[in-house]
Design a protein. Structure first.
Length: 62
């Protein structure tokens, strides 16, 4: 059974308020976006391997 007295309740509330304020205050970053153009790829398949290791199921261990 958890017994909360006034001191613990105040500490919990203060922690919640401080954490809420800390996560709400973020520096404003001026990020600029650039438009990109997709180049045509003629009859080619590009496969990106995430490199997590292990065997790939689709190649049956070849």
């Amino acid at each position: 059974m958890l017994i909360l007295n006034k001191k613990r309740i105040y500490i919990i509330l203060i922690c919640l308020v401080i954490s809420t304020i800390a996560f709400k205050i973020k520096p404003v970053k001026n990020l600029k976006t650039k438009e990109t153009v997709a180049l045509p790829v003629n009859k080619k398949v590009i496969v990106l391997d995430a490199g997590h290791g292990g065997e790939d199921r689709w190649c049956n261990g070849r």
